[in-house]
Design a protein around this ligand. Structure first.
Ligand code: SF4
Length: 383
């Protein structure tokens, strides 16, 4: 089982962000902390002593989380669950909150992978995005992490920003590579409903679709030439540094999400904690009586497997698809496969079908072509 912990506080809201987070207020932190500790007790009682395969502390801005609380959380996790050693333990950090003592503390508590929210290597874009850190703080955070002993660091970067050209984006990628982190997550900018940018969309000059496509393709080529192998639509890593937590998620491993808004999927059951701290605390208090559980089985389960697998560079195992459905993937999707293959958007390798890099760029329109419809999947008929 993968373990995700959501820390829902930030110093201020970034202009593009749709994640559940709120500005840090001490009283709310107190409510959150108590509820989270209680939630661990609850799941320990209900799930038993499960083995945990990775821990991911996301947010929000988990680098704002106090070391004493983090220690309490980890003690409980170790007390109730089987935690093998070593285990991948990632913490998302924003550069401005990477202070020397804090960073050392994470390392001592067993965090061994830090995902640094750099987002951009230009002051102009950082300002545009509403980020509160500077380029200098990004570099400083990186060096502090290295000094503390971290050997696995990810940089989050964004492309497709207003006013950004292909050349400028590649400059940013090069700057990132010059620091030699182990991993990059490069996300294309998306306009999320309810955000500042969604409201003010017309006030900005957005790059054309063809330019964004070039940013993706050239960025990926550059990263690959620098030794970062692409293993998913947005993720690149030096050999041996693929994020185990994310890989587990794409492979359909059970995951338990703690904290407000966190999603869990355990044994074909999925639920989401309320995306509101007070409601979440109430739900925990009442033993999750009001939780709506969705069943992920039949066609839903198969289509999710197809969707998650085809986002990865390994692709979808044809054998696994047959085992799950009793159907032959290449036969039922023969027409689509032929068209996409002839356009160079998919390829086959060692029993897997996968999207090529240009295919990954069009994944949103390609993947749904391989979804099963009602009546096609024997498992689905039973559900
Ligand atoms: S720091 Fe991260 S979670 Fe917080 S508002 Fe910005 S993007 Fe969202």
């Amino acid at each position: 089982m993968l373990l995700y912990i959501h820390f829902p506080f930030c110093v201020q809201k970034c202009k593009y962000c749709a994640f559940y987070s709120q500005v840090l207020v001490p009283e709310m932190v107190e409510i959150y902390e108590q509820a989270l500790l209680q939630e661990i007790d609850f799941w320990a009682r209900n799930l038993g002593s499960r083995q945990i395969e990775s821990i991911y502390l996301g947010g929000g801005t988990p680098s704002l989380c106090s070391l004493s609380f983090l220690k309490q959380v980890l003690e409980k996790i170790h007390h109730y669950f089987k935690v093998p050693s070593p285990i991948e333990f990632t913490l998302e950090a924003n550069p401005e909150s990477c202070k020397k003592e804090q960073v050392k503390g994470w390392y001592q508590l067993g965090v061994n992978r830090v995902s640094l929210g750099i987002q951009s290597f230009t002051e102009e874009n950082l300002k545009l995005l509403g980020r509160i850190h500077s380029l200098k703080e990004s570099r400083k955070a990186y060096y502090l992490l290295r000094q503390a002993g971290f050997k696995n660091i990810n940089f989050d970067l964004m492309f497709g920003l207003p006013g950004q050209s292909v050349g400028k984006w590649l400059e940013e990628v090069k700057m990132g590579v010059s620091l030699r982190p182990e991993h990059f997550s490069c996300y294309g900018f998306t306009l999320e409903p309810g955000t500042y940018f969604a409201e003010k969309e017309k006030d900005y000059l957005w790059p054309l679709e063809e330019e964004v496509a070039k940013m993706y393709l050239y960025g990926a080529e550059y990263l690959e030439s620098a030794g970062y192998l692409q293993y998913e639509i947005s993720n690149y890593a030096r050999m041996g540094y693929n994020a185990q937590h994310n890989v587990g998620y794409w492979e359909g491993v059970d995951f338990l999400g703690l904290g407000p808004s966190a999603v869990s999927t355990i044994g074909q059951k999925r639920w989401q904690n309320p995306p509101n701290i007070k409601q979440y605390a109430l739900e925990v208090e009442q033993g999750f009586k009001g939780l709506k559980v969705e069943r992920i089985e039949g066609i839903k389960e198969v289509n999710e497997m197809v969707m998650l697998s085809l986002r990865t560079c390994k692709g979808l195992s044809l054998k696994k698809f047959r085992q799950k459905t009793g159907l032959n993937f290449t036969q039922i999707f023969q027409k689509s496969l032929e068209v996409l293959y002839n356009k160079g958007l998919i390829s086959f390798r060692k029993g897997y079908v996968r999207l090529t890099r240009p295919g990954l760029l069009l994944s949103d329109s390609i993947i749904p072509q391989f979804f099963l419809e009602e009546g096609l999947c024997p498992d689905g008929d039973k559900s």
